[in-house]
Structures are given as structure tokens and as C-alpha cells.
Ligand binder design. Sequence first.
Ligand code: GLA
Length: 387
Amino acid sequence: MIEKIINGYEKVFGAFKGNIYFAPGRINLIGEHTDYNGGHVFPCALSMGTYLAAEKRNDSILRFYSENFPESGVIEVYLKHLINEKKDDWANYPKGIIKLMQEGNYEINRGLNLYYYGNIPNGAGLSSSASIEMVTGVMLNDLFNLHIDIIEVIKLAQRSENQFIGVNCGIMDQFAIGMGKKNNAILLDTNKLTYEYASLYLKNYSLIITNTNKRRGLADSKYNERRSECDKALSILKQYADISALGDLTIDLFNELSRHIADDTMRKRAKHAVYENNRTIEAKKALDDGNLDYFGKLMNESHISLRDDYEVTGKELDTLVSLAWKTQGVLGSRMTGAGFGGCTISIVENDYVEDFQKNIETEYEKYIDYKPTFYVVEIGDGARKLY
Ligand code: GLA
């Protein structure tokens, strides 16, 4: 891979004397739409991700090129002129984190040639954008000797997504990408930022990602809408309980207080946040106990809640999940990521993986008109310098 990246770089920018970095994508096992509600998430880093070949220039020009978007050519901007511009398309992600680092008074005093290549499917809810942000952050930290703690890089990347890109995401994606560990999932308390690794030993089962291949479309505005619905519900409940986030509520306390939320939709959103947080904590315990049946059941409940209470699934995700539920050898299946398209994750017994793919491909195409794509999950390490 390193050779491929260097060759690509040299075709665009000439002889390469720089360094190569990598940041993974991520998959969330359970704990969806809980990270901006102060709840728990349970993601892991993938072995697929974004590679970046970077070299300093002698001026103050940033030159971005992505092998994934050759039609955009080399995108050129001045270090001192970093604003979100539609014409710069994908390059707004790295621009954002560079800008946030500048605002944090980290000195980035030279231009750069930056060559990106990613093997995460775009717009599939596997965090290709957070992966670009994090690979850029890790590169800047190293090339400019900034000595920023990785947790701070994670926070800067999240802030860049919030402020520069305009998506009010939580911290899960950047955290999983920055802190990922091979063959482990991370149980993260997004309120306290405390975390625990959990070894992902699945006996004779595999985790399978199925991509709906539906583009996400209006996802960003819907995402921000869900977030503000939860914020409103929280501000009501705060009048009755000493809490700082929906994640602070137990199921019992929520059920006692929920009648104060007059709006049905708002109550359903809050209910999802509280129950999903609880399921996530339970899922980590189930995994520690080797109780995969219960883990699968929690995944199914998570999907139902995201479908009925949070309303972020849609026809394609629901079709994939209900087909998976009917398929032999499947312990659990749910949508993963923001929703509205993107991917599902399923736990499938190894002997049935092939049948799972065949059956679901045929049946999905009958309902949706195009095919899904399958990936067997390989859990890798977090963002790092490769060379
Ligand atoms: C997106 C966001 C995350 C998280 C998930 C939903 O991936 O970037 O912060 O909110 O959606 O769980």
C-alpha cells in the first residue's frame, strides 16, 4: 500500500521526501445517537481507512489531492485563507482541522503537498470524513512537532466538524478513530470521556457490514434536527432532576419523568437516548460474559428503537435488517452510524456467512432495485504514522 501511495503522490507532486500516515474508519457495535446525549457508545476502528502522504513546502500554499476524487484535481488554498467553500468539496475536511489547529495557537508555518487515498466507502456511515480529519490531525501533530495529546487532536477534529463543516456530531467517530485498538471495541462514556477496551472475541461468529448503497442525502440536516429535539427534551427534564445530559437518566427515572415532555416526538427521541445508553452498557457486559445471544438481542432492540422512536432508519436499512433477522445463523442485526442510509452490522455464524450474503443480496435487490455490498469486519488500530 505504501508503495502505491508514493507512486500516486509522485505522479501528482513529483519526487516524494515526506511521510505517510493512516487513520481507520469506524463501525459502531451499539450505542447510536447517544454520544451527543452524554451516553455510552461501543465502536471499534476498522482496518480500512485513509492513507495520507504529506510533505512540507517552502511557501504557505496547501495543495490537496485525493485519489478518490481525481475529477477535483489539485485543490489549492493559502494557509492564511481557510474558509469552508463549496468548490473545495472533500478538501473542506482537512482544511477544517488545519484551521482549528491554527485557532488553537498551534504553529503551522509552512505549506504542504497532501495526497490522500481512502478505501472506506464514502457516505456509508463508516466515518470516511472523520478518518480524513484524523489522518490530517495526526500528520500535522507529527510534521510540525506540535506535541498535542491524541485526545486533544480528537476534540479538535470533532470541533472542526461542528464549526467548520456545520454538522453537530458527537465525539464517537473521532474517538474511535484516534483510540482504536486491534481486535478490541471501546466502551466510551461520552460525558466523562472515560473508556474501557473490550476484547472482541466472537467464537465462531463474524461481524458483517452490509452497505445499503443508498447515498445519505439530507442526513446532515436531519441529524442536527434530532440533536436539537434531544436538547429540548433535556431542558424540560432538567427542571425535575439534577442531570446534565439524557445519559445521566436511568430507565426508571426517565419513565417517572417522561410525562413532563408534552410533545410525543420529543418524548420518543429522549426515550431512545436513555434506553439505548442502557443497552450499550448491557452489551459490553454481555460481551465480557461471552453471552453473544444477548448481545445480538440488544442489537435488534437498538434497531427497533432507531426505527420507531428515533426515526433515522428508512426503507433500505429496514429492509436489510429485517432480511437479516429472518436469515439462519444471524444472532443480531442493526443499522450503524447516523442512519438514513449507510450500513448495517450483523453478527453471523461463520458457517452461514456465504448464505447470508447470497440470500440478502437477492432479496434486497427485489425490493430496492440495486445490490448491497458486504464486508467482513476486521478491527484495526487507531490513527498513526506509517512511515
Ligand atoms: C454520526 C456522528 C456521531 C454519532 C453517530 C450516531 O456518525 O458523527 O457522532 O452521533 O452519527 O450514533
